[in-house]
Design a protein around this ligand. Structure first.
Ligand SMILES: Nc1ncnc2c1ncn2[C@@H]1O[C@H](COP(=O)(O)OP(=O)(O)OP(=O)(O)O)[C@@H](O)[C@H]1O
Ligand SMILES: [Mg+2]
Length: 260
């Protein structure tokens, strides 16, 4: 079963045709690095995969579930199965690291309010959350508020939350864009190690081409809302990757540029 399957996906923002017929399959446990110039539609594609934005045409199947057929409640449940790590550390800043990780298990519970719930989370959930923090090397920071952590540490918390979710799929949108090169590599190492230990399907955008040589099973390249490169990483030439950025083609520019 594919982890992620996209067929004939089209998406507009007003007059702007952002996704122009995307076909993509990511096998279960496979990791795909998604590349392309600013504005080519990467984040929009990831938002479609997560059910965060609508699309006019096409089909998306995530972990065997067809997005178009899900009720709001089913979509919420599916999202509990999808870990997210974004450039802007998407954690709750004024609560503790442990509470943020516990938040990953919230979808499995009946309670709604994060603060109330995390105060009364069972000892076994707390143990799981501490084990997740241990795995990402942050157990000693469990009681600190997230805003007191560095960017790299915050991304570790987001990865621990994915572990706590027991997610099957991880969507990472520029997870290392705000980090220095060394911290960026550490986070990518951790993210990929955790994914392979748990057989998590990964789709991850990056702008640091030096990292592209080291991570992911497959490279998928977008240009102006279409996929123009899809190869195993070991086969993807740096020339083909460089071409993705030539001319900085944006989706609001002429599609004829795609031929270059
Ligand atoms: N909410 C929105 N409303 C209107 N237009 C949008 C919206 N989000 C994105 N766009 C437009 O869609 C296009 C694709 O944007 P998107 O964020 O998907 O690009 P990207 O490939 O992720 O770029 P970057 O590498 O800069 O993150 C851009 O032209 C952008 O301006
Ligand atoms: Mg983006």
């Amino acid at each position: 079963m594919a982890g992620i399957q996209v067929r004939g996906l089209h998406k507009h923002y007003g007059d702007l045709h952002v996704l122009r017929g995307i076909d993509l399959t990511v096998d279960r446990g496979e990791s795909v690095i998604l590349l392309g110039a600013n504005g080519c539609g990467k984040s929009t594609l990831l938002r479609c995969l997560n059910g965060l934005t609508s699309y006019e045409q096409g089909r998306i199947t995530m972990a065997g579930q067809s997005l178009e057929t899900l009720s709001r409640r089913q979509l919420r449940r599916l999202r509990c199965n999808i870990g997210v790590v974004f450039q802007q550390f998407n954690l709750v800043q004024n609560i503790s690291v442990l509470q943020n990780v516990l938040y990953g298990a919230l979808g499995r519970q009946r309670f709604g309010l994060l603060n109330t719930w995390s105060c009364i989370a069972s000892a076994s959930l707390r143990q799981q959350a501490m084990a997740a923090l241990e795995r990402v090397g942050l157990a000693e920071k469990a009681a600190m508020e997230c805003r007191q952590l560095s960017g790299g540490q915050q991304q570790r918390v987001a990865i621990a939350r994915t572990l706590m979710q027991d997610a099957d799929i991880l969507i990472a949108d520029e997870p290392v864009a705000s980090l220095d090169p060394r911290a960026g590599r550490e986070i990518m190492d951790l993210l990929m190690d955790v994914a392979s230990e748990r057989r998590i399907t990964v789709i991850c955008t990056l702008h640091q081409l030096e990292l592209v040589e080291a991570y992911g099973d497959r490279i998928v390249g977008m240009k102006a809302g279409t996929i123009v490169l899809d190869q195993p990483r070991v086969q993807a030439s740096s020339h083909a990757i460089q071409r993705l950025y030539r001319g900085e083609v944006r989706v609001d520019q002429a599609p004829s540029l795609l031929a270059s």
